[in-house]
Design a protein around this ligand. Sequence first.
Ligand code: RB5
Length: 145
Amino acid sequence: MIGIGNDHAGTELKLAIIKHLEEQGIEYIDYGVAPGEAIDYPDAAEKVCLDIQNGKLEKAILVCGTGIGISIAANKMKGIRACACSDTFSAKYTRLHNDANALCLGGRVVGAGLACELVDIFLSTEFEGGRHQRRVDLITALENK
Ligand code: RB5
């Protein structure tokens, strides 16, 4: 299951991404705020990422104004590997090499068309494993220091 979360600066882009997921029949849970509502981006990140930690969600899409604040917050949580992306190369390689489980997008940075392409790449690209697994394990070790 995919979770999607947003703060108030990410609402419009979140709605465009939801439409895109629905058109493809991809199931999701919306943890974000609705138009006219507000939430601080660390709280928006936490709501979704708790459900990655407990296994309810496989991956998350997180949207704030830049994609950066919500990624910084998400990356403070154990087991979360969040990447703020605004190009297709990064969206692909953060899956292949980092086994990222949260794609963070900036509602004030990327348009809906590019954002949906980034989502498609992120959701369809498998982790490469191999030598990259050791590096992901080192990230996990950092979390436990
Ligand atoms: C909210 O105005 C904005 O600061 C937030 O969405 C985000 O851009 C932070 O990184």
